[in-house]
Design a protein around this ligand. Structure first.
Ligand code: PGA
Length: 222
């Protein structure tokens, strides 16, 4: 099996207690299998990063944030800087369509966020809704996520997702490209079997530990 990159996006969900329950249940599942050939990242709210970093233990899963300040440390009330994030995580999602839509994030602002992430050595999952959206240089993973597929239960076809991903890879030279938008344990195999697809970005399906575990193991089944 080819190496796969799977990043769960918890969005604005879970308290500390709920995150600890998730972790205990997920650990109980993963102790039974090897997660070879998988790079797992869990992208959680800022508030959960410290406790998850402390409790994640030997689990072969990196932590990520879901946003980053476009500025360095300083007088930017409410922002969390790259340097602050770097203390707790290795990855950050930048440019998710929910941030573009609900918070008016523009390509120009997102470029600044990418620069901040790069300056502190955070690895970047950069989200785009189609192949026409510009991808800043130096991002590590591009996630193709059609807006209409996010949280709706409707997915792109694996064939079209693979076509978009190939075109993104050709244009941006990004090392890895993945698909997101209503990925489930039931449909994940149809996406990852496409040769250009390097993995997936599940949101809703990452919230339940058993569902997330089933999604990961379903990638192995032919
Ligand atoms: P979804 O979310 O899997 O719930 O559709 C994906 C995402 O927004 O990254």
């Amino acid at each position: 099996m080819k190496p796969l990159f799977i990043a769960g996006n918890w969005k604005s969900n879970k308290t500390t207690t709920e995150a600890m329950e998730w972790l205990a249940n997920f650990k109980a599942q993963t102790s039974q299998i090897k997660l070879d050939n998988m790079a797992l990242v869990l992208c959680v709210p800022f508030t959960l990063l410290p406790v998850l970093k402390e409790q994640i233990g030997q689990l072969p899963m990196a932590l990520g944030a879901q946003d980053i300040s476009p500025f360095q440390d300083g007088a930017y009330t409410g922002e969390v800087s790259g340097r602050q994030l770097r203390e707790f995580c290795d990855w950050v999602i930048i440019g998710h369509s929910e941030r573009r839509k609900n918070f008016g994030e523009t390509d120009e602002l997102l470029n600044k966020k990418v620069e901040q992430a790069k300056s502190v050595g955070l690895k970047i999952i950069y989200c785009v809704s189609d192949e026409k959206i510009p991808v800043p240089s130096g991002v590590d993973v591009v996630a193709y996520e059609p807006v209409w597929a996010i949280g709706t239960g409707k997915t792109d076809t694996p064939e079209n997702a693979a076509r978009v991903i190939t075109s993104i890879k050709n244009a941006s030279h990004v090392p890895l490209a993945i698909y997101g938008g209503s990925v489930t344990p039931q449909n994940v195999q149809s996406f990852v079997k496409e040769s250009s697809m390097d993995g997936v970005l599940p949101g809703g399906a990452s919230l339940d530990p058993i569902n997330f575990f089933n999604l990961i193991t379903a990638c192995n089944q032919e």
